[in-house]
Design a protein around this ligand. Structure first.
Ligand SMILES: C[S@@+](CC[C@H](N)C(=O)[O-])C[C@H]1O[C@@H](n2cnc3c(N)ncnc32)[C@H](O)[C@@H]1O
Length: 473
């Protein structure tokens, strides 16, 4: 027996997820709007011959539509042709939509189809040849029309087509809008509103912060000469030296926190357990961890990247816009100070950091207590840090002596922020976290035979590391 109530609830949910109005869905099925409204009120069920097109349009199996828990749906190109009936698009556009269908959720397919109907999207391939003949470098380009491609030959371009389409259709909606209710002004604590006129900004009653190059700019300044800032001066440097590499093998190693030896797999596993709808990442600049997150998040999520530096976030954004195509993840970029987060108390379910906390130059416990403030009840921070195993250890003592002997004031600051495992347990407890797990992932390297500290930059590279998950009560 088909349960009308389950069907009606599922239909409403799926229709909204696809971004379709009741009347658009009715058009696509060649029926009246009232019929759809009756199904959603649970006062009637559709005729049997409508179930197949309905399931194709909504992108789920008929079984699922009728109440089964399993959703085994084949998203092949024939199904897509059926699903986008009701949109007046050309055969070439149908091929493009069908190429995107394995990557993009229905909502984006229908949005794209809507723009295609109005001729607002034009796709073409560009072939570029660079020659280096006789010592002279030249580039030659030719545009190739996609009309020549059928739906199979277009498939190898699916990823690129989807990435470009997502960029184009999301261009006018900075996802900061979606989390604006969680945010507060870092100066006066007032509520924010998002504005897009000839300028794009967020503002409370008193203060206004511009969104430049897609990054909300709270006017914080990067620390010059510190970590990457001396060797990444422009976007080309970022791409050459620092393209965040995706570790493809990680997905085979994602397992519980205490069982894995890979810090990254640990962290991703922990996040997948709770699938938070908003993740705030601390000190994200250079984007290594963010790149992994964007790749592996398979639930709908707004990922908020923070850094003091507007510049590095601008490069991260440009890089992720060019390369990342995960329609589940919307990325917000905030150039802000993590010791004064623009988020309300108890507003965030999950905060992550990969080497972010230990890079905060003032006492990093400020940034951790600020994270604690912004976390909701039972919210978690999941982070990796550099630490030492045991202060009393002879090898560690020698490293600490080398650092103490260095006269650079930054080294003094660095020295004051080195804690061992026992001390870290205390720090987390004192910050008010109700429970935590700490797993050491690496130990210190043996000290070399020298009386001068051997690193200029990346001064923590000799240290061990740990992953910590801490939960607020
Ligand atoms: C080691 S990097 C982080 C690496 C990054 N998480 C990744 O996955 O590639 C530390 C970052 O923290 C940032 N940072 C330091 N102090 C900060 C603060 N008070 N607020 C925000 N970001 C800060 C630095 O600008 C730097 O980009």
């Amino acid at each position: 027996m088909i349960d009308k109530y389950i069907f009606s609830k599922r239909l409403t949910e799926l229709r909204n997820k696809c971004g379709l109005s009741q009347s658009k869905l009715a058009d696509m099925l060649y029926i009246s709007g009232q019929a759809v409204s009756k199904w959603e009120n649970a006062s009637s069920l559709p005729d049997i011959e409508l179930l197949l097109p309905l399931s194709q349009i909504l992108g789920v199996s008929i079984d699922y539509l009728l109440g089964s828990e399993k959703d085994e749906f084949k998203n092949d190109s024939d199904t897509i042709c059926e699903a986008i009936r009701g949109y007046d698009v050309s055969d070439k556009d149908i091929n493009i939509l069908s190429a995107m269908s394995s990557i993009m959720p229905r909502e984006y397919l229908y949005k794209t189809a809507k723009y295609m109907e109005k001729d607002l999207l034009e796709y073409k391939l560009t072939l570029e040849l660079t020659s280096n003949l006789g010592g002279e470098r030249n580039s030659y380009r030719q545009d190739i029309s996609l009309n020549a491609y059928d739906k199979n030959s277009i498939l190898p371009f699916s990823k690129h087509i989807s990435a470009l389409t997502l960029q184009a259709i999301n261009k006018n909606c900075n996802p900061v809008q979606e989390i604006i209710g969680l945010m507060k002004c870092p100066i006066c604590g007032g509520d924010f509103e998002y504005f897009k006129t000839s300028e794009e900004f967020i503002s409370c009653k008193e203060h206004k912060f511009y969104i430049n190059d897609g990054v909300v700019d709270f006017k914080t300044l990067e620390i010059h000469g510190y970590t990457w800032s001396s060797w990444i001066r422009r976007y080309d440097d970022y791409k050459k030296n620092n393209v965040p590499k995706i570790d493809e093998s990680i997905k085979d190693h994602i397992r519980p926190f205490s069982e894995s030896k890979s810090w990254l797999a640990d962290m991703l596993y922990t996040l997948k357990q709770s699938k938070p709808s908003v993740i705030l990442d601390i000190g994200s600049g250079m984007g290594f961890f963010a790149a992994q997150l964007i790749q592996y998040i398979d639930w709908e999520c707004v990922l908020v990247l923070t850094d003091l530096s507007h510049r590095i976030l601008k490069y991260d954004k440009r890089y992720f816009d060019e390369t990342s195509i995960n329609p589940n993840v919307k990325v917000v970029y905030l150039a802000c100070d993590v010791c004064n987060l623009p988020f309300k108390d108890n507003s965030l379910e999950c905060i992550t950091s990969c080497g972010g906390y230990d890079c905060v130059m003032t006492d990093f416990t400020n940034s951790m207590s600020e994270s604690h403030r912004a976390l909701s009840e039972n919210g978690k921070i999941v982070f990796s840090i550099g630490l030492i195993g045991n202060r009393e250890d002879e090898n560690v003592q020698k490293w600490l002596d080398l650092i103490k002997a260095d006269t650079d004031p930054d080294m003094l600051q660095f020295y004051s922020q080195i804690y061992d495992i026992k001390e870290w347990h205390e720090i987390i407890k004192n910050l008010g976290f109700a429970k935590h797990t700490l797993i050491q992932t690496e130990t210190e390297i043996p000290v070399p035979d020298t009386d001068v500290f051997p690193y200029d930059c990346m001064i923590g590279r000799w240290m061990g590391s740990a992953n910590i998950v801490a939960e607020k009560l």
